[in-house]
Design a binder for this molecule. Structure first.
Ligand SMILES: [Fe+2]
Ligand SMILES: [Fe+2]
Length: 318
């Protein structure tokens, strides 16, 4: 019997393999958590999420019903209350869905979204930005994200899953790590000359070709098609959420000419325009689908799963 916990555990292991940090660093982090946990007392210890001692991805969690058997798995970019109700409707119609896998975090996984952002120090460093500068923009942003999500209604989706009795997990950075590595390797292999060539290279990946059906494909946000792309870096694909416009300041003079991102905040685009840094947004739904698909290919090889697409997710097998 394959349970949701089995699929989750396997996914976390695969997420570690694809992580931009080396495994030793992750092991160290887990060791530190264990030491902190030992020292905890009272309520803090009692309510501590012990999954954190084994799973370094605080935004990738089983939300409800981990011990239940899974065969038919719904996969969606956002699985929230309304989607869980839809799943329940589908089951009433006889669809036979066993569990739900959402990409964007819900419940405790959303409350701790900020804690995965540290890995962006590593992706920035790999892109050639000095580590002191990377720390300087990632840490304050993570703190801002922590405060930003604090007020959200974290119990809502978990309670819906419980009431409707739908086993539920959200896997975020675990998937995004896959998309990040894939896109980085893909563009390196293609070595595009112009920004237009970068877009063409992205469109060779089937998830992005599919995204054209909804006019949400790759877009040049700053710069033009004929511009030479120069040094291309993939950023903002993994590590929680986007950084702020100060990222652009750090890129000026670091040798990076073109940023390929999943999505970019408005102020970052404005700043990039000012500083003549090219930004290409690959597209959010296709990029998230790509990461999920790469993970699912491995999960389907190991487990007997049937995938049902929902909520912005397009299944493409490789
Ligand atoms: Fe994502
Ligand atoms: Fe996303």
């Amino acid at each position: 019997m394959v349970t949701l916990n089995d699929v989750h555990r396997f996914s976390v292991e695969e997420g570690i393999k694809e992580d931009p940090r080396d495994e030793e660093k992750i092991e160290e982090e887990l060791k530190k958590r264990k030491e902190n946990y030992e020292e905890m007392e009272g309520k803090e210890k009692e309510h501590y999420d012990k999954d954190r001692l084994e799973n370094p991805f605080d935004d990738s969690k089983v939300i409800y019903g981990g011990d239940r058997e899974v065969k038919k798995l719904v996969v969606g970019i956002d699985i929230e209350t309304q989607d869980l109700i839809l799943i329940d409707r589908l089951n009433e119609k006889g669809e036979g869905i066993d569990a739900a896998f959402g990409h964007h975090p819900e419940g405790r996984a959303l409350a701790n979204l900020h804690s995965v952002m540290g890995l962006q120090v590593d992706t920035l460093e790999q892109a050639g930005i000095p580590v002191s500068q990377a720390e300087g923009i990632v840490r304050p942003r993570a703190d801002e994200v922590k405060k930003g999500v604090h007020a959200s209604n974290h119990p809502r989706a978990p309670r819906t899953a419980e009431l409707l009795d739908i086993p539920f997990m959200t896997l975020h950075t675990v998937c995004d790590n896959h998309a990040y590595r894939f896109m980085k390797d893909h563009l390196k292999k293609k070595d595009p000359e112009t920004l237009g060539d970068v877009v063409d290279a992205i469109l060779e990946v089937p998830e992005y070709e599919w995204s054209l059906e909804y006019d949400m494909g790759p877009e040049i946000f700053t710069g033009s098609k004929e511009n030479r792309a120069g040094k291309i870096e993939v950023l903002g694909f993994t590590g929680g959420t986007s950084l702020k416009e100060d990222l652009i300041d750090k890129m000026v003079g670091s040798g990076i000419d073109t940023l390929v991102v999943m999505h970019a905040p408005k102020k970052q685009i404005e700043k990039a325009k000012e500083e003549n840094i090219n930004i290409i947004s690959a597209g959010h739904m296709p990029s998230d689908s790509l990461g999920i698909n790469l993970l699912l290919d491995k999960a389907e090889e190991k487990f007997n799963l049937e995938i049902f697409e929902l909520s912005g997710f397009k299944r493409i097998e490789r």
